[in-house]
Design a protein around this ligand. Structure first.
Ligand SMILES: *[C@@H]1O[C@H](CO)[C@@H](O)[C@H](O)[C@H]1NC(C)=O
Length: 231
């Protein structure tokens, strides 16, 4: 009987130390663009990530017993390379960090729940990523965004509109604006605004501004003013 108990305790200790060991090693697959010109380039992110395993972090952090190993993969900021990398590396991943570009993130965050892998990203600005994750048919249930998003940007603008009691709104955007941050950055920002203003039953129009073929002055005068000016 005593033997049996001590055997069980031994087994428990062994099991605990095993799960402990397991928990101490977190394998991160970091997906991001290698293009140095991008804000979230792997070249910019790597030094911060390397800090994870420095002695300095160990003395202060509650995660000091956790060891991180990081694999870097080039997402090319597009919708094809990022999911291919995710497929190639998901067996070595406890966590996907990134991608940041919306079009890379969408497919990765869509497949990650199948492998039960969390996705944490400072990107993913589009409003769709904020949809309720508890619903049965949620598209991105393992995704967590930790940065600013177009949802919060839009809510701020709507508050302003409410505050000033503005009745008509025109969204002016350049479909290719800030492509250097992430492809279709401004298009997605405008998209979030359209979605929320519809939810708020706000009358709105939209103007796509083509910087290569028209001037701001003309666009405001001929398109925006003509439709919106009072008599
Ligand atoms: C999200 O969905 C769950 C399940 O349908 C529901 O209980 C919850 O209230 C929803 N949350 C929000 C913020 O809508």
């Amino acid at each position: 009987m005593v033997e049996d108990i001590s055997f069980r305790i031994l087994l428990l200790v062994l099991l605990m130390s095993r799960t402990d060991l397991k928990r101490q090693h977190v394998r991160i697959v970091l997906l991001g663009p290698s293009d140095r010109n991008r804000m979230f380039s792997l070249w910019h992110v790597r030094p911060v990530i390397q800090y994870l395993n420095t002695p300095l972090r160990h003395t202060h952090s509650v995660l000091r017993h956790v060891k991180f190993s990081v694999h870097y993969a080039d997402s090319h900021c597009n919708s094809k390379d990022a999911p291919i990398k995710a497929f190639e590396m998901h067996r070595q991943a406890d966590l996907f960090l990134g991608p940041t570009c919306d079009y890379s993130l969408a497919p990765v965050a869509r497949f990650a729940p199948v492998w039960n892998i969390p996705v944490v990203t400072p990107g993913g600005f589009a409003h769709d990523f904020g949809a309720n994750k508890s619903e049965e048919d949620a598209e991105y249930p393992t995704l967590t965004r930790v940065g600013l998003t177009f949802n919060s940007l839009t809510l701020l603008v709507l508050k302003l509109i409410e505050q000033f009691k503005w009745k008509k709104v025109t969204v002016v955007y350049d479909g290719k604006g800030h492509d250097d941050v992430a492809p279709r950055f401004c298009y997605l920002a405008a998209g979030a605004f359209m979605k929320y203003s519809k939810d708020h039953a706000l009358p709105h129009g939209f103007e796509i501004f083509h910087p290569t073929t028209e001037s701001v002055d003309n666009m405001l005068r001929e398109d925006v003013a003509a439709d919106n000016a009072s008599k």
